[in-house]
Design a protein around this ligand. Structure first.
Ligand SMILES: Nc1ncnc2c1ncn2[C@@H]1O[C@H](COP(=O)(O)OP(=O)(O)O)[C@@H](O)[C@H]1O
Ligand SMILES: [Mg+2]
Length: 214
């Protein structure tokens, strides 16, 4: 229905295509990369043989479902043969194989909340004991805190590159500098609403009204 509105000429926030692209982990990767932004080393294929070869090269790596959220379905491997057995099953269901080098990190990642050209908040997400994912749905803890300017800047650039009006950008602090993990087109704003009392809906509406006034 939202897309129906959009094709009828109504300006939708977020635009439908940008929203869909943000849900697709493969499309997110190549869009950010084309914009010159840092992303993890990633290989996407439908070939089990190629995926096996890349798994041997990567060593410590993650398989990601093309569409998923809340950390569900991602698997971390350090054994290419174990991974190969998973690929066989995924192949049977016609799933592409998205493999990503595991990015060493300080046990947390960063979330930057963007509306339009502004950062409206930021947070650190700490993973739970024994987990490698920081998703709140996986027991992670989001703590609202100002992050370095470099991260805020990356959040703005990633949102623009993806064509989104608002987003939550996830960044991981690798030893070689920040790397963008994903750009959420419908982030949960709870952490912001509680701690900073930011009226998210109001900010998004203000941004949308800006289109009318040019
Ligand atoms: N390449 C990676 N290296 C290290 N940690 C990762 C990597 N990819 C994902 N993670 C961890 O797993 C979490 C979930 O991955 P993500 O790609 O954001 O999928 P989802 O859409 O399910 O949230 C991330 O927030 C991060 O903590
Ligand atoms: Mg995520």
């Amino acid at each position: 229905m939202i897309e129906h509105m959009e094709v009828s000429g109504i300006r939708v926030v977020n635009p439908c295509y940008a929203f869909r692209r943000a849900r697709d982990k493969y499309a997110t990767q190549y869009t950010l990369l084309a914009a010159g932004l840092p992303v993890p080393t990633t290989y996407t294929s439908e070939s089990m043989a190629d995926a096996y070869r890349v798994s041997e090269q990567y060593g410590d790596f993650v398989y990601k479902p093309i569409l998923s959220s809340m950390g569900k379905g991602s698997l971390r491997f350090n054994d290419p043969d174990l991974a190969y057995n998973a690929y066989k099953m995924l192949d049977r269901y016609g799933q592409p194989l998205i493999l990503q080098k595991y990015v060493p990190n300080p046990g947390r990642d960063i979330r930057v909340f963007v509306i339009g050209d502004e950062v409206v908040g930021s947070a650190y997400k700490y993973r739970a004991e024994g987990k490698w994912k920081t998703n709140v749905a996986q027991g992670g803890r989001m703590v609202e805190e100002r992050v370095p300017d470099e991260m805020l800047e990356l959040g703005l650039k990633a949102t623009k590159a993806m064509g989104l009006d608002y987003s939550g950008v996830d960044i991981i602090e690798s030893p070689d500098g920040p790397v963008i993990l994903e750009v959420n087109g419908s982030p949960g704003w709870q952490a912001l609403n509680l701690a900073a009392n930011i009226k998210v809906a109001e900010e998004i509406v203000k941004h949308a009204v800006g289109f009318i006034h040019g």
